[in-house]
Design a protein around this ligand. Sequence first.
Ligand code: HEC
Ligand code: HEC
Ligand code: HEC
Length: 196
Amino acid sequence: MSRCSVVIMLALWLAWFAAPAAAAPSYVGTEGCKCHKTEVEDWLKSPHAKAFEALSKDKRSKGQNKALRAAGLDHNKDYSSDEKCVGCHTVGFGKPGGFAAGSADENFKGVGCEMCHGPGSEYRQLHKEKDETFTRAEAAALGEIYPPKEDTCRQCHDHKDSPFNAKTDAKYMFNFEEMIKLNKAWHKKYDLQFKH
Ligand code: HEC
Ligand code: HEC
Ligand code: HEC
C-alpha cells in the first residue's frame, strides 16, 4: 500500500468518526409519506388504515364487538385511549414523534406506513434529496425497513400481548407466507421504480 493511500484511508476514517451522529429517527405520521400516492391509496382501503377505529366504541363493527367478547374484553368500552391497546393500532405510540394517548391527530391513527417501514424523519429527507439515486444501505442506516419481514409483522400479529393471538382463537394465527400475498393487508406489491 502506498503512503498516499494510507493517508487517504486515515482521512476517510477520521471523517467517518468526526461526522456528527445522525439524529435518532422519529415518527412523522402517514401524511409524511404522501409522495407515494399509489401505496397511500391502497393502504387507505386496508384493515391497517382502519385499525384505530376498532378501538372506538362508536366506530367498531358488530364483528369486532363479537371478537372483543370472545377475547374476554368489554365490548361496551371505548379503548381508544387505553395504553394497553393503542401500541398496535397507531403509529409510534410512546416513541419520539409518535402517537400520544388521547390525541386527535388522524395522521398517527391506524397501522401507518412507518409501523412496517420504520420511523421516517431521516430517510424521508434522503428520499427527497437523492430521489432515485439513494442506496438501500443509506436508507437502512437512517432507519428505513425494506422490505419488511416476518418479525416486523409479528410485533403485533400473534403477539403474546395482543388479545387476538392464536391462543384466543386459531383464526388469529399469523402465517407470514400466506398473509404477505394478501393485497388487502398492506398495499399492492409494485415493483420499485428505481434500482436502489
Ligand atoms: C401486541 C399488539 C396488539 C395489542 C396490544 C392490541 N391489539 Fe388489537 N389487534 C392486533 C392485531 C394484530 C389484530 C388483527 C388480528 C387478526 O385479524 O389476525 C388486532 C385486532 C383487533 C380487533 C379486531 C378483531 C376482529 O376479529 O375483528 C379489535 C376490536 C382489537 N384488536 C381491539 C384491541 C383492544 C381493545 C386492545 C387492548 C385491550 C388491543 N386490541 C390490543 C394487535 C394488538
Ligand atoms: C403492514 C405493513 C406495511 C404497511 C402498513 C405499509 N407497507 Fe409498504 N411495503 C410492505 C412490504 C411487505 C413491502 C415489500 C414488498 C416486497 O417484498 O417487495 C412494501 C413495499 C413498499 C414500497 C416499495 C415498492 C412497493 O410497493 O413494493 C414502498 C414505496 C412502500 N412500501 C411504501 C409504503 C407507504 C407509503 C405506506 C403507507 C401509506 C406503506 N408502504 C405501508 C409493507 C407495508
Ligand atoms: C403495528 C402493528 C401491526 C403491524 C406491524 C402489522 N399489523 Fe397487520 N394488523 C394489525 C391490526 C391492529 C389489524 C386489525 C385491523 C382491524 O381489523 O381493525 C391488522 C390486520 C391485518 C390483516 C387483516 C386480517 C384479517 O383477518 O382481515 C392482515 C392480512 C395483516 N394485518 C397482515 C400484516 C402483515 C403481512 C404485516 C407485516 C408485513 C402486518 N400485518 C403488520 C396490526 C399490525
